[in-house]
Write a protein that binds this ligand. Structure first.
Ligand code: BDR
Ligand code: CA
Length: 314
């Protein structure tokens, strides 16, 4: 049976690929709505980019909302134009969207929709900083028991940081929001850098996607060719990590992944390690498990899935 999802996202090229993968998989996933968050670029741009992607996929019917413009605490928004370009979606030449942004605030939409549906109906896919989801949980704590699961890209443990030596970008941008979500009691599946750094965009993989006979294949290749240039230099690997599609791939084919139910906490006070996720992988504390922390992936299987699904799009 198809699982209903709400995608909270800051597109971002890898977010865009994740959205396309979800829209290409109607037998497994129904995308109820997309909420734009501030992260890779400000929320005005991520709201536009989310709509560009829906139109690229031929789905202008997907409602797109805009959420919060900055992190919860008194802290400036950290963005990543150095990776994603000034628009957040540099690479392909996509037209300005014609579909409108929804009038309601993304956080209010999330609260209203969760309250309107039977408990356990909706899964949240979190592909950016967790501000909107944490704000909804603070505003309406009753929604926690109504969410089926939160599957998120964020954090790191063995791979440590990509934006500071200690912290992964999504958790670093809003560490307080990450702490609220991890402490919410909602079932959580976490895709940290430990797994996304094993899903590399090699030349052969991008060439195959770029050779698909559709606009989406060409756009994905152009996006990932752009965003990988920074990571190739940074990591010196034969391809850049592919982060956010791991969230959607998990919901389509969970067998591609392996992890452990463990406790994960986020640092919110230390200036040096702010946003660091501390994962009790070896279970050396008696802190209760709060997340399925994914560490292993069948990367060949994931790219085979991505290619097969992208080929279905316009
Ligand atoms: C995360 O940060 C963003 O740049 C990506 O879209 C991904 O969600 C990786 O740290
Ligand atoms: Ca993202």
């Amino acid at each position: 049976m198809t699982r209903r999802i709400i995608i909270d996202t800051d597109p971002g090229q890898d977010d865009a690929v994740a959205i396309l993968l979800a829209l290409a998989s109607p037998a497994e996933l129904t995308v109820d709505a997309i909420i734009a968050c501030a992260g890779n670029v400000p929320v005005t741009l991520t709201g536009t980019n989310a709509r560009k992607i829906c139109e690229l996929a031929g789905r202008p019917d997907i409602p797109v909302y805009a959420g919060c413009s900055r992190p919860m605490a008194a802290r400036p928004l950290v963005t990543a134009e150095h990776v994603h370009g000034q628009t957040g979606l540099d690479g392909p030449d996509l037209p300005e969207p014609r579909m409108p942004l929804q009038a309601q605030h993304g956080v209010d939409f999330l609260v209203d929709r969760l309250r309107a549906e039977p408990p356990g109906s909706l899964t949240i896919c979190a592909l950016g900083p967790l501000t909107n989801i944490a704000m909804a949980l603070v505003k309406a704590p009753d929604i926690a028991t109504r969410i089926r699961e939160i599957v998120l890209m964020g954090g790191a443990y063995f791979e440590v940081g990509n934006i500071t030596p200690a912290a992964e970008f999504n958790f670093y941008v809003d560490p307080h929001a990450a702490a609220i979500v991890l402490g919410s009691g909602v079932p959580i599946v976490m895709k940290p850098l430990d797994v996304t750094h094993r899903v590399l965009t090699t030349d052969a993989r991008l060439e195959r996607i770029g050779a698909l006979p559709n606009a989406c294949g060409r756009a994905v290749a152009a996006m990932l060719n752009f965003s990988e240039r920074f990571d190739l230099e940074k990591y010196g690997t034969a391809g850049a990590p592919l982060h956010d599609p791991c969230v959607i791939a998990y919901l389509i084919k969970p067998d591609l992944f392996r992890g452990r139910h463990i406790n994960v906490e986020v640092e919110t006070t230390s200036a040096l390690t702010l946003g660091m996720s501390v994962a009790d992988w070896w279970r050396v504390t008696n802190r209760a498990p709060n997340a399925l922390f994914i560490r292993d992936v069948d990367d060949h299987g994931l790219y085979a899935l991505l290619e097969e699904r992208l080929a279905r799009l316009p």
